[in-house]
Design a protein around this ligand. Sequence first.
Ligand code: C5P
Length: 233
Amino acid sequence: MANDVIIALDFPTKAETLAFLDRFPDGEKPFVKIGMELYYAEGPAVIREMKARGHKIFLDLKLHDIPNTVRRAMAVLSRLDVDMVNLHAAGASEMMRAALEGLTRPDGSRPLLIAVTQLTSTDAAALKNELLIDTPMAETVLSYARNAARCGLDGVVCSPLEAALVKERCGESFLTVTPGIRFAGGDAGDQKRIMTPERAGKSGCDYIVVGRPITQAPDPVEAYRRAVREFLG
Ligand code: C5P
């Protein structure tokens, strides 16, 4: 069910990120996604600053390592008080369960844990010839999603076009976090399989991740409000 719009803060520095967020009025605190570029450049300080400003944070670092390393890294991220983190389902079940353990705080609370199935940059040829996976892409994605659900993860990152099928296979409460969102009549850029916020809201997406249609808009605050209006209906 349509829950919230997450703005992808794909900026290289904290200064540019804060300048962007400063355009929003005091009482309006969008859910934001921080990725590798900004986190590796600025470190945990940028997370603390955004939490202090009242934003919910999806920390998009896509962890993938041996279970013990992921458990310990997730414990560190959990202490940063982020709201959503992710990992690669390709790390397999033991790693996913270790991640959940590491994320769980002493009081039992934890950030949402979302799995990446196959990267959208991996095409059918790479899947077969380089990863040596003979199963068709769609089945591979759904199978990884089911593994994540069985391990107790909260959801997957997927295309808005896959959201309904993920729900069908993994259960209605299994979350779908979907990039590839564009306004009607907007520029698709490098995204190929796209959907409008309104369609995404009607297609089983729980969270939409919107970057350039908001960050590059002439009026980003209005673009954000439009995305929320259309997505939540
Ligand atoms: O600017 P745009 O709306 O395309 O940004 C979408 C965001 O979602 C970017 O941060 C991008 O890295 C991320 N993403 C994606 N496709 C995926 C996974 C993540 O576009 N499959």
